[in-house]
Design a protein around this ligand. Structure first.
Ligand code: RP5
Ligand code: MG
Ligand code: MG
Length: 282
């Protein structure tokens, strides 16, 4: 697990909730700790009647959620294997987060997402790879967004819709967040959709699957993701896309990758893994 202890929750539009402070050596459930976390489930989640938002089994004993299984509407399995159910709700397998309830997340237990890291080499005007002046390694660029909620730089990923396959989530989110072309004609859009479909379904490398140290995580609800890298080695297809922000993105652009990058949640770690894969500058 990455660190489960995140010091804040909330988004730009919703107030931050102060978490109980959990020292690093008290994050594991096995560490004894006088722990009285704050309970918090946002108004939006609590009052939602949407099918993909859980009802609270602690408040309604008729609610019977098929924990640790794929109930076809929602995959409730964790990459960490079976999680414990305590007091009728799941326990975060990565430990204490300083807050109970669901916070801003719709599901108790794992909330699954997918993250596409689309990369190309930084090249000069002659098409030659640009080497970093200190490391002498080539510089990778990835499609980056600024999230509308926290204003942080991030991978254009998103939550899996009900019944959705990871490959579909990756494509849908990439389209929604960075391929907003209001002026492009129908033929142009279709050609682009087909190019991306082909690459996303045939050419990706899985980089990571598991827990995300997301600011929305709680002791009962947490984010898990599957990260894929789609790399355009010769600037033939993905590298030629001019990205434009759409949906949850305030901005979208090609960003040089470097160890100074500070990204949302665990995204810096995911991007670093891609630089290792391609032997790029970090
Ligand atoms: C992170 O939140 C995941 O890695 C993914 O990038 C994102 C999904 O949430 P939304 O972007 O849909 O808010 O934990
Ligand atoms: Mg998103
Ligand atoms: Mg989205």
């Amino acid at each position: 697990c990455i660190n489960a202890k995140y010091t804040r929750t909330g988004t730009r539009d919703q107030p931050a909730i102060i978490r109980t402070i959990v020292p690093n050596d008290k994050v594991r459930w096995s560490a004894s700790f006088n722990y009285e976390p704050v309970e918090f489930t946002s108004e939006k989640v609590r009052t939602s009647t949407k099918e993909y938002v859980d009802r609270d089994p602690r408040h309604d004993l008729t609610v019977d959620i098929p924990w640790n299984s794929d109930d076809r509407l929602c995959d409730r399995r964790s990459y960490y294997g079976p999680y414990k159910i305590i007091g009728r709700v799941p326990q975060n397998p990565c430990g204490r987060t300083g807050i109970t309830g669901r916070g801003h997340l719709g599901h108790f237990g794992p909330n699954h997402a997918a993250d596409p890291i689309v990369t190309r080499w930084k090249r000069d005007k002659n098409g030659v790879k640009v080497l970093h002046r200190r490391s002498r390694k080539p510089i990778l660029q990835f499609v980056c967004i600024v999230r509308k909620d926290t204003r942080e730089y991030a991978i254009p990923g998103g939550m899996a819709d009900k019944k959705e396959k990871v490959t579909d989530t990756l494509q849908r989110e990439f389209h929604e967040e960075v391929l907003n072309f209001p002026d492009m004609d129908q033929d142009g859009k279709e050609a682009l959709v087909n190019t991306i479909k082909n690459i996303f379904e045939n050419g990706g490398t899985r980089i990571y699957c598991g827990y995300v140290d997301d600011p929305r995580n709680t002791d009962n609800s947490w984010m898990e993701t599957t990260v894929y890298n789609f790399h355009d080695e010769y600037n033939e297809h993905l590298a030629l896309i001019n990205v434009h922000a759409g949906d949850d993105a305030a901005k979208a652009f090609w960003q040089d990758i470097d160890s100074q990058l500070s990204l949302f949640a665990s995204h810096t770690d995911f991007v670093k893994r891609v630089t290792i894969l391609h032997k790029a500058h970090w």
